[in-house]
Ligand binder design. Structure first.
Ligand code: SF4
Ligand code: SF4
Length: 117
């Protein structure tokens, strides 16, 4: 049961990204996060969320979800900033298995855009 993202609720606050980086590194290390907010330069007020899982990249865009199998997919963070650390090089989401309280990104999202069902 992985993390789910509702891109239509997301407000791009980046709290999940910060929290995941903190979970990974005990510091606010965005480059360690396996959940990332991306924007495009081409489209104003357009953003989504990308999640690195063990076998796939989940790309949650306003127009819908895309799941790219790692290995079959070439590097693509969903059209995001090319200066960001490539998602494929990041650790996969471990569902914060070492936390008694469960996924930190779910706890910090202010609009319940991250969830588990
Ligand atoms: S569940 Fe934990 S490891 Fe997975 S994206 Fe959320 S904060 Fe990161
Ligand atoms: S914490 Fe929630 S609202 Fe903020 S960027 Fe992450 S998914 Fe979007």
């Amino acid at each position: 049961m992985g993390i789910k993202i509702d891109p239509l609720k997301c407000i791009a606050c980046m709290a999940c990204e910060l929290a995941c980086g903190y979970h990974r590194d005990d510091a606010f290390a965005l480059l360690s996060s396996c959940v990332v907010v991306y924007r495009t330069r081409e489209r104003k007020d357009y953003f989504g969320v990308v999640l690195k899982e063990e076998d796939s990249l989940v790309i949650a865009r306003p127009e819908g979800l895309e799941v790219k199998k790692i290995g079959a997919a070439e590097e693509d963070s969903g059209g995001g900033d090319a200066s960001a650390k490539p998602m494929l090089l990041r650790e996969a989401c471990d569902l914060c298995e070492d936390r008694d309280d469960g996924p930190l990104c779910i706890q910090v999202c202010p609009v319940e855009a991250v969830y588990q069902d």
